[in-house]
Design a protein around this ligand. Structure first.
Ligand code: ITT
Length: 200
């Protein structure tokens, strides 16, 4: 069975990957499985200007250190009325999901429905320590920012992001989110690449 490390600290991302990869002969490992092999407080420094840069920094940092095939995700929300912010700073836009969502809703308080367009972007990078190369793919989900927090499923900005179903990402099931989401689209591209190149 092919072993792949998913180098993320975000449990929401892990749940979504497990759903897409279920039924494949792949064993998904997490950073916790390598706690004894990593220095205390080991982390990748997300210094890139794009989601792709940061996904590659994360996959290389862990894949090199642990010498294992490694997937990393860098993702975030781009709001048109805010010139694409928070973008790569999505995680650094506040100290908790709640704070980040409230900040965005406040910033868009006066913005009419017609101008609340936003998109989620997900860059997924697979690093192979045998050839020291990254294969990186992207997925995008278009939608609008709501006027209030709605729904309790998902994670992060999901409760304020209205998707093509007219509901927020936090009001739909994990399976439905994967069908239409930025991450689901990127995972499926990567899945095809893995099936082809690692003969599973
Ligand atoms: P890593 O350990 O994988 O880096 P992270 O949560 O720090 O996990 P990022 O640096 O990629 O991840 O930051 C992504 C930010 O965008 C973070 O605030 C997430 O909550 C948010 N985000 C990403 N994908 C999302 C999704 O599908 N739904 C809602 N919010 C999402």
């Amino acid at each position: 069975m092919l072993k792949i490390l998913f180098a993320t600290t975000n449990p929401g991302k892990i749940r979504e990957l497990q759903e897409v990869f279920s039924g494949m002969s792949v064993e998904i490992l997490s950073i916790k499985d390598f706690n004894n092999h990593l220095p205390h407080k080991f982390e990748a420094i997300e210094s890139g200007k794009t989601f792709i840069d940061n996904a590659e920094i994360k996959s290389k940092t862990y894949g090199e250190k642990l010498n294992i095939l490694t997937v990393a995700d860098d993702s975030g929300l781009e709001v048109k009325a805010l010139d694409g912010r928070p973008g790569v700073f999505s995680k650094r836009y506040g100290n908790s999901d709640e704070e980040r969502n409230r900040r965005l809703l406040n910033e868009l308080q006066e913005v009419p429905k017609s101008n609340r367009t936003a998109r989620f972007v997900c860059a997924l990078s697979l690093y192979d320590p045998n050839n020291r190369k990254c294969h990186t793919v992207e997925g995008i989900m278009q939608g609008k920012i709501s006027y209030s927090i709605q729904g309790a499923q998902g994670f992060g900005y999901d409760p304020i992001f209205i998707n093509e179903t007219g509901k927020t990402n936090a009001e739909i099931s994990l399976q439905k989110k994967n069908q239409i989401s930025h991450r689901g689209k990127a995972f499926r591209k990567l899945k095809i690449y893995i099936q082809k190149n690692y003969k599973i």
